[in-house]
Design a protein around this ligand. Structure first.
Ligand code: ZN
Length: 240
């Protein structure tokens, strides 16, 4: 059974926005590179932190090592949508949910059937040639015979449409997210401790009634929420 208080909030809402973080993806078997084990592994194997390797400077200066880390640690093509993704897609189809705003780059919300998804940090499924702007899918990147994927039209390096550290978020995506949050009557925040930029700032645009926080551990925003559930997001949303 879904938490009775959450069920009631969803029933009484007309315009829900979901804001999700890494916890939504970890339940599909995609590890959080910012976790303790993720940090340890990166330092141990590569000698750099994930933040260093996923920075714009690193991409430009150590492109081969970037793609080594990226291809082996950021891409999980076998991962499937979990109960959270599926429940959110269903809420959208029912006309309850207006938008999903995610910090994840795996594209699983779209695969689950969600239509309005704002990917703040981009998606590994979209890739662009830096020279001629030709578009490539993730399979092209992963199947490319050399470590650095190159454009078949012009030979340029193909860069994932993922927002790297030091890079700005896409303005249109941020505007759309601000707009969605500003017009929501209920905001459900899941699988994030709200410390990753720009999560906390975006929440300030919410003017609606109910904030529901679903996270395995406490967050700095618990005091602002009408309902806090400390559990896995898939478990919470999947039980109906
Ligand atoms: Zn090209």
């Amino acid at each position: 059974m879904m938490d009775i208080r959450l069920k009631k909030i969803i029933e009484e809402s007309e315009s829900i926005v979901f804001f999700g973080g890494a916890g939504v993806s970890t339940e599909s078997g995609i590890p959080d590179f910012r976790s303790e084990s993720g940090l340890y592994f990166a330092r141990h194997k590569y000698g750099y932190s994930p933040e260093e390797m996923l920075s714009h400077t690193f991409f430009m200066n150590k492109t081969e090592l970037f793609f080594d880390y990226y291809r082996n640690n950021m891409i999980y093509l076998e991962a499937k949508p979990n109960q959270a993704h599926i429940a959110l897609a269903r809420l959208e189809a029912q006309g309850k949910l207006r938008a999903i705003i995610t910090q994840n780059i795996d594209g699983l919300h779209t695969i689950a059937g969600s239509k309005i998804v704002y990917e703040l940090h981009g998606s590994v499924r979209r890739n662009t040639c830096m020279k001629c702007k030709a578009k490539y899918d993730i399979e092209y990147i992963m199947n490319f015979k050399e470590m650095i994927p190159r454009c078949e039209k012009c030979g340029g390096i193909i860069k994932p449409d993922v927002v790297l550290y030091e890079e700005a978020l896409d303005e249109g995506t941020v505007k759309a997210s601000v707009n969605a949050i500003g017009n929501a009557d209920t905001l459900i925040v899941g699988g994030t401790s709200l410390v990753v930029y720009p999560a906390a700032g975006l929440l300030n645009y919410f003017k609606g009634k109910e904030i529901v926080l679903i996270n395995k551990s406490e967050t700095g925003y618990d005091h602002r929420a009408t309902l806090v559930i400390n559990d896995g997001i898939g478990t919470v949303l999947g039980n109906d």
